[in-house]
Design a binder for this molecule. Structure first.
Ligand SMILES: O=P(O)(O)OC[C@H]1O[C@H](OP(=O)(O)OP(=O)(O)O)[C@H](O)[C@@H]1O
Ligand SMILES: Nc1ncnc2[nH]cnc12
Length: 179
């Protein structure tokens, strides 16, 4: 495991804990879980950079607090693409995804109710980190399949090559590998 350190992020007045994300990958991870103050601050800073939208979509799990907080201060509506089929889901639609942090293919599911919420809406895709862009692409596929209109793609940290993408709104770049 490489050295673990801290970084500051636009909109935050204290350093952010960067923790090991995986015991298989030598990358340091950004995990907002459990940090209300940081979540509130990055949500506010990111919201200021985002276009107008009707609803937010994120993928389970680390994007959820950010999506909630951005929806709370903004559009008031968000949906979460789940990584398993749950009992509450009628006629779920699904897409496969291989994120940098996992060694297996995962599946994202949206319930019929969530699809209805998203249909014909201006949708902001939100995640904590975008790295290979595979999770983002999977969310875009889901949205297109159900007839939603993606107006923005936003994350707190754009990792590696994602920071060079002009279609991603982010607060800070994150080097892929730390020394
Ligand atoms: O651009 P990518 O290479 O797809 O990586 C980005 C994704 O990786 C992380 O999720 P992860 O798959 O680790 O799942 P988790 O949030 O459930 O831990 C992160 O929250 C993004 O969703
Ligand atoms: N460095 C990182 N931290 C948290 N989630 C990630 N997903 C991809 N890269 C990540």
């Amino acid at each position: 495991m490489g050295e673990v350190y801290k970084m500051t992020i636009a909109g935050c007045d204290r350093e952010l804990p960067i923790c090991p994300i995986s015991d298989k990958l030598d990358i340091a991870g950004f995990v907002m879980f459990g940090d209300v103050e940081i979540t509130e601050k990055v949500a506010q800073a990111l919201m200021e950079k985002c276009p107008e939208h009707d609803i937010i979509i994120t993928a389970e799990s680390k994007g959820i607090p950010l999506a909630y907080e951005m929806a709370r201060i903004g559009c008031r509506e968000y949906v979460v693409a789940r990584k398993g089929i749950k009992a509450y889901m009628t006629n779920p639609i699904k897409v496969e995804v291989k994120s940098i942090t996992t060694d297996h293919v995962q599946t994202l599911y949206l319930s019929e109710e969530d699809c209805t919420k998203l249909k014909n809406k201006r949708i902001l895709i939100v995640d904590d980190v975008i790295s290979t862009g595979e999770s983002l692409a999977a969310l875009e596929d889901l949205v297109h399949e159900i007839g939603g209109n993606v107006v923005g793609k936003a994350c707190v940290l754009a990792e590696g090559d994602a920071a060079d993408r002009t279609d991603i709104i982010f607060l800070e770049p994150l080097p892929l590998f730390f020394k």
